[in-house]
Each structure stands twice: as C-alpha cells, then as structure tokens.
Ligand binder design. Structure first.
Ligand SMILES: Cc1ncc(COP(=O)(O)O)c(C=O)c1O
Length: 386
C-alpha cells in the first residue's frame, strides 16, 4: 500500500488532504517522493518559522535528544525554566504555563480567566470569525458556527462580537464578563487585521472594568507580523498571551503567558500537562526563539513583508481583488470560495504551497527565512495562474 491508501484505510478522515506527500525539506522548499521541488509559502500553517532543516533546529534537536527527552513536571527542568525566563524577559508577562498546542494554550487561558479573582465571573467575549482551537472550551470561544456544527451545546458564557466594532464589543460585556480574547490578525478567519484604535479602545474598556485581555498569538506570535509579539504593534500589554505553532520551529509546544497578578490564580493542582514544557521541546524552542530575536530576522520580516504586500497589492488591483495582512501573514481575498480553491489548486500544480483562510481568502505565510528572490519566484507563478 502507498501512503494514500494507508492513510485512507487507517486514519480518521478529519482532514481534506491534497494528493501529495513530502519526503524532505530544505529552507523554503519541500520535496516529494519523486524528487519534485515545491515552494513552501504556508510553512506548515505558520509553524516552520525557520523553514525546513534549519541548522539551529537540527543542532538543538541533536544536542537535547542525546541528553534528556522527558521527565515529568514532578521535577525541576532546567530547559523549561530557561525558556520561561527568556519568554518573560522579552514580553510583558511574568509567568508561563507550558503545554503542547495552540488549543491547549487557549484552554489554559480560559481556565485562568475563570479563576481570576474567583468572583464568579465566567463570561468571555471573543470575535466573530475568530479561531481559537478544537477543544470544547476553545471551540466555544471560536466565533465561527461552521466549527460548532454537530458539537452543540457550546460551553456557557461565550459571545461573539463583530471584529473591529467597539460598540458591538461593549454591548456584549456585562458584570459576569471576565475576559476578552482577540487575534491581532485573524488567521483562520480570513487574514483580517485588527484596527489599532479599536484594540486600544477595547483594552482601555477592559482595564476600566477589570476584564482580562487575552491575546491569542498562536498564529501571529514569534515574529510572523514583524515584531516578536504582535501586541507590540498595537500599543497595549495583554494580561494573558497564548503561543504555539512557530514556538518550537516544528516541534510541538504551546505556552500561556500571564502577568503576575493574574498568574497567581493558577495554584498547585489547578492545571497541568504531562508533556508540557518537557526538556526536549523546551530546549529546541529556546534555541529557535533566541535565534529569531537575536539574528536580525525580524527586520527582514518587516522589509520583505512590505515588499511582498506592495507587489501583492499590485496583482490584486489588476485583478479587482484585495490584498490583506501584515508582516509575513498575507492574504489575497478572492471573489468567492470557488475562486480561492481553484487558485490554491493551480498553484499546487505549479508546485507552490499556500493555504485557505476564511471562505474566500488565499493565505501566504512563508518561513521567516524567505529571501526576496523566493517572493519574486512566488509572485511570478501567482501572476501566471491567477
Ligand atoms: C489563532 C489560533 N489559535 C489557536 C489555534 C489552535 O492551535 P492548534 O491547532 O495547535 O490547537 C490556531 C490554529 O490554527 C490559531 O490559528
């Protein structure tokens, strides 16, 4: 049996897969089993931040795998502590809880928000078209009914405000509201960028009512938008930040960061994870994020992001479409879903990998190590098929 048959026979059908399987990767390229080369402008949905087979990732994997993979959070773990101290040094947060995925990071954030002050406030406002994960709490926080379908009832206490509409947000807050959860760029929802003034207003309102501001940076964090955390570009300091995807450069890891006054409510026994922050994932993550922060990569993300966006906007204008996004999380909004699907298929035929966001946006999230010539190569293929 080949990989397609084995998958269809033995794996549950939760994913709609393209008919291709990759054998290896190098930089911004992936190679299938026939040796065909693909330009990767999706990076495993914003995970492979340093591309494929990056020396920093390989070295960290080699070093730590020879020492220690896993012990348990019953013991002190040097690599985990080092990563936590680094994350708190570079962010506005004081403490970290480690887990293994974006959904787990948001699940932890939701639980912490409900514990905050223990004053029986439990409601959380999220945004329409948001995406926060597939566990029952994060699904309940996700403002897209298509993901809820079949799993109702959702957990009590979640409501969905129109993105970038402050009055709508305000109307959904009451004296039982403990938190708001926001993505600065809605990734799964269509590459929708938050308005800075809107974010500031929501944040100030939250401060005035002692409501926690949770920044879901699972997709936008770790340099994707041009700053290490996206909140840095929005003039606020979230109470809670969630991270995953790029955090491990390809190794699964998630983290929920919080300020001390909030983090103190996670006490002994309130939450936990067997694998969360194990020595292996922590060491790889530490090396990945240190490299991102200290190698000047973020300056390049800004520079190349601007260049990419400008050229993408030209193509969009010529075709009556619109370009959206910031940094290296960009999208091309097509006229409808069929057009988006067709463009993705045509790009795959030309051996270029991209993704879909929302109903009708084609999204581009190359590894952050992308070079100008890769962007040019991508845009010339895009122009030829659009
Ligand atoms: C903003 C955001 N939050 C949470 C998640 C869920 O992450 P995971 O699939 O690792 O559970 C995603 C995944 O796409 C995401 O984009």
């Amino acid at each position: 049996m080949n990989v397609f048959e084995k998958t269809n026979n033995c794996i549950m059908s939760t994913y709609k897969r393209f008919n291709v399987a990759f054998e290896k990767g190098s930089g911004v390229y992936l190679f299938d089993s026939n040796g065909n080369r693909y330009l990767d402008f999706l990076a495993g949905i914003a995970v492979n931040v340093l591309g494929h087979s990056h020396p920093v990732v390989i070295k960290a994997i080699e070093e730590q795998s020879k020492k220690l993979l896993h012990v348990s959070n019953l013991y002190y773990i040097e690599e985990q502590a080092e990563l936590a101290c680094y994350l708190t040094k570079i962010s506005c947060a004081d403490k970290v809880f480690f887990c293994n995925s974006g959904a787990e990071a948001n699940e932890a954030a939701i639980k912490l928000a409900r514990l905050y002050k223990k004053d029986n406030r439990y409601k959380i406002v999220s945004m329409k078209d948001s995406f926060h994960g597939r566990t029952m709490a994060t699904l309940s926080a996700t403002g897209q009914t298509k993901y809820h379908s079949g799993f109702e009832p959702m957990l009590d206490g979640f409501s969905y405000a129109e993105f970038n509409n402050f009055d709508d947000f305000k109307s959904r807050v009451d004296d039982k509201t403990c938190a708001v959860i926001v993505e600065f760029v809605q990734g799964e929802g269509g590459i929708n960028v938050a308005d800075r003034v809107y974010i500031e207003k929501v944040y100030d309102y939250c401060k005035s009512k002692d409501i926690l501001f949770i920044a879901d940076e699972v997709q936008t964090g770790i340099g994707r938008t041009g700053s290490f955390f996206s909140y840095e570009q929005f003039g606020i300091e979230p109470d809670i930040i969630t991270l995953s995807k790029a955090l491990g450069g390809g190794i699964p890891i998630g983290a929920m960061l919080a300020k001390d006054e909030v983090a103190q409510y996670f006490t002994f026994g309130t939450h936990g994870s067997t694998f969360g922050g194990n020595p292996f994932a922590s060491y790889v993550s530490y090396n990945v994020i240190k490299y991102i922060n200290e190698s000047g990569l973020l300056d390049r993300v800004n520079e190349l992001g601007d260049y990419f966006f400008e050229r993408l906007s030209d193509i969009a204008d010529k075709n009556g479409l619109s370009a959206q996004g910031i940094g290296l999380i960009l999208g091309l909004k097509m006229n409808n879903g069929k057009e988006a699907d067709s463009l993705i298929k045509k790009l795959l035929e030309k051996r270029v990998l991209v993704g879909k966001a929302g109903d009708s946006t084609v999204r581009f999230e190359p590894p952050l190590i992308v070079e100008k010539e890769h962007i040019d190569e991508f845009l010339s293929v895009l122009e030829s098929v659009i």
